[in-house]
Every structure is written in structure tokens, then in C-alpha cells.
Design a protein around this ligand. Structure first.
Ligand SMILES: C[S@@+](CC[C@H](N)C(=O)[O-])C[C@H]1O[C@@H](n2cnc3c(N)ncnc32)[C@H](O)[C@@H]1O
Length: 325
């Protein structure tokens, strides 16, 4: 099933729509709410507040936004028809009023939205979120530019993308799998990761470490959701997304700053509770280390934090600004 999906990730997501848990998840909605309160509180009084989740996958986080922000009209956009079908079913089961639109975010999105009868506010949204999507485009900068076209000038954009340093270990495992199983299916590769214990993420000690980190830097834990997801989660889907995605980029923060400038975005800060400290002081109390960190350019500091905390990527906020040629 690959109807209308010409994205390079189609072979993966048509077969294994992501995340596919079928459980409403409020994690990234809570990070978004905190970002809105801190950076754009005026948007919270809009009725309706138009929110688009671009690259929404099977809609678990999209549904979480509708649950956490009842004043919102939430639209999920994805190129993969099989994912959207699961998103629609989740919305019906959870009694949430969501709209799903099939569109390719490397192309202008306005026309697809109009065809689907979504007018938003003069064709633009107040808030856009895109979590774990832009690094899967053949041209991530094109995605940043397309999102900019459908966000209002006073809007807020929440993004999660992979960090090159944070992702270093996974990239090595991918390389190993490519060499060891050149013809392997997603299933073969996922089986190899598990049975050969190639991923440290899946050891007990790493589990404890991750829990400690989450308690300190977020995202905040909702045990009810975690248990529900754990019961339904397909390991093959998640391992394949991590280790076998047919199209994946990871970035140095400097590279992202260049994309922001070219596509009309101003950096508004890392998300609190986004899995990482957002300042040097949150990372260390050692005065000598602090002195070093504070002398660093911001981009190097963020790269270092992702490396030190083994965070696959960063969640951050952007606001529209003028394009710098
Ligand atoms: C890792 S999943 C993220 C899903 C969801 N945002 C989440 O965090 O649960 C990446 C999603 O991006 C979508 N995607 C990839 N390329 C796309 C494109 N060109 N336009 C729209 N969606 C795309 C895929 O179909 C997939 O559902």
C-alpha cells in the first residue's frame, strides 16, 4: 500500500506506519503547551487556535494536542495514506475532532489543504508542530520553507530533528547493518539489532539512565500512557524507524542555523522538558566546566549537550522572520 506516497521514506512507512501504537500521547503536546505559555502566550486565547501537525504519522501525538488544547482545531498532515487511515480510526475511538490531510511537505501545502476543505485563518495556522519529520526529507530545507508558508507571521513552530553527535552510535549500527545484511528486510535488520544486542538503548542499565534523565530533563512521564504504549508498541516498527530509515539526515546546530536564515526562521530556544538541559548551568555546577561552556558559541553548546546526554536530537521553537539571502 503506497498510494500517493512518493517520499523516499515510503518503503518503510507504507509497510510499518509510525508510531502505530494507537494510543493518544500527550508528551509533545505538553512540551508545546509550555513553549506557548513561555514564548507566545497571546496565541493561547485564540478561538479556535489553528494547529497543524506536519508529518503526523499515525496521529498519536496529533490526538494528544487536541486533548491538551481543547480550544484548538487540529489538522494532521502526512504523505503516507496508511498512516492517516490509522490516525482517523484513533480519532474516532478517542472521540476527538481531528482532520487528516494527505500531502507532501516538500511541495506547497496550501493547495492540498484547500482541496481538503481546510481554510485555517486565511490559509495559515497559528501553531505548527513537526516532530521527527524534517530529517527524513530528501531536502530538509525545502520542508522548513514549506512550513513557513502556512504559518502566520505571529505564529510558533515546534520542531524535533536529529543531532549528528547525539545520533553517532545509531549511525554506526546502521552502517554495520548495511554491510552485514545488504539485502536484509526491515524485519531481518530489527531482529539483528535485538538478538545481537547492537543497541545499548535496550539494556537494563541504559533503561535506568534514560529514566533518570527523563526525570531531570523531561519529557515529563505519564505512567498511564507509557504502560498503554508498552503494551501495544511494535518493536519492529520502532527499531526500523531508528536503524533502517531509507532517508535520514542528522545535523550540527550550525547547519540548522544556516537553514533557518535561508528559509525565514528565527531561533526561539530549545524546549524545556525536551530531553536536554537548555543552559550551561543546567548541565553542570563545576565552575571550570561552566566557564568553558559559557565561552562557546550557542550552536557548539547545543551539539555538546546532545553528545553528552546521548539525546538523538533536539526539540526547539522557531518564529517566522525575514529570509536572509
Ligand atoms: C518518524 S515519523 C514521525 C511521526 C509523528 N510526527 C510522531 O512523532 O509520532 C515521520 C513521518 O513523516 C512522514 N513524512 C515523510 N516524508 C514526508 C513528506 N515529504 N511529507 C509529509 N510527511 C512526510 C512519514 O510518512 C512519517 O509518518
Amino acid at each position: 500500500m503506497n498510494q500517493g506516497n512518493v517520499a523516499p521514506t515510503a518503503p518503510l512507512y507504507s509497510q510499518l506506519p509510525y508510531p502505530g501504537d494507537g494510543v493518544v500521547r500527550t508528551t509533545s503536546a505538553r512540551i508545546l503547551l509550555e513553549g506557548l505559555r513561555e514564548r507566545a502566550p497571546e496565541l493561547l486565547s485564540r478561538r479556535p487556535l489553528w494547529i497543524a501537525d506536519v508529518g503526523c504519522g499515525t496521529g498519536e501525538a496529533t490526538a494528544g494536542i487536541a486533548r491538551m488544547l481543547p480550544q484548538a482545531r487540529v489538522v494532521g498532515i502526512d504523505v503516507n495514506a496508511a498512516s492517516l487511515e490509522l490516525g482517523r480510526a484513533l480519532a474516532v475511538r478517542s472521540k476527538l475532532d481531528l482532520t487528516f490531510v494527505q500531502a507532501d511537505m516538500t511541495q506547497p501545502l496550501g493547495e492540498a489543504l484547500r482541496r481538503a476543505g481546510v481554510s485555517a485563518r486565511e490559509g495559515r495556522f497559528d501553531v505548527i508542530t513537526s516532530m521527527g519529520v524534517l530529517h527524513h526529507l530528501s531536502d530538509p530545507a525545502a520542508g522548513f520553507a514549506r512550513v513557513r508558508e502556512i504559518l502566520r507571521e505571529d505564529g510558533l513552530f515546534q520542531v524535533y530533528v536529529y543531532s549528528k553527535f547525539g545520533r553517532r552510535e545509531v549511525l554506526q549500527v546502521r552502517e554495520l547493518l548495511d554491510r552485514a545484511l545488504p539485502e536484509g528486510t526491515f524485519q531481518d535488520r530489527a531482529r539483528a539489532v535485538r538478538s545481537l544486542r547492537l543497541s545499548r538503548k535496550h539494556t537494563l542499565w541504559e533503561g535506568v539512565r534514560t529514566l533518570r534523565k527523563r526525570l531531570r530533563f523531561g519529557p515529563p512521564l505519564r505512567f498511564g500512557e507509557i504502560v498503554q504504549v508498552a503494551m501495544r508498541r511494535s518493536r519492529i516498527t520502532h527499531l526500523s524507524d531508528t536503524f533502517s530509515n531509507p532517508c535520514e539526515h542528522s545535523f550540527l546546530f550550525d547547519e540548522l542555523f544556516t537553514i533557518f536564515a535561508r528559509t525565514g526562521w528565527a531561533f526561539a530556544g530549545l524546549a524545556k522538558q525536551g530531553g536536554l538541559p537548555t543552559s550551561a548551568e543546567e548541565h553542570t555546577r563545576d565552575p571550570r566546566a561552566l566557564e568553558l561552556l559559557k565561552a562557546m558559541p550557542q550552536a557548539a553548546l547545543f551539539d555538546l549537550l546532545a553528545f553528552a546526554h546521548r539525546a538523538a536530537g533536539w526539540t526547539f521553537f522557531l518564529r517566522p522572520t525575514k529570509i536572509v539571502a
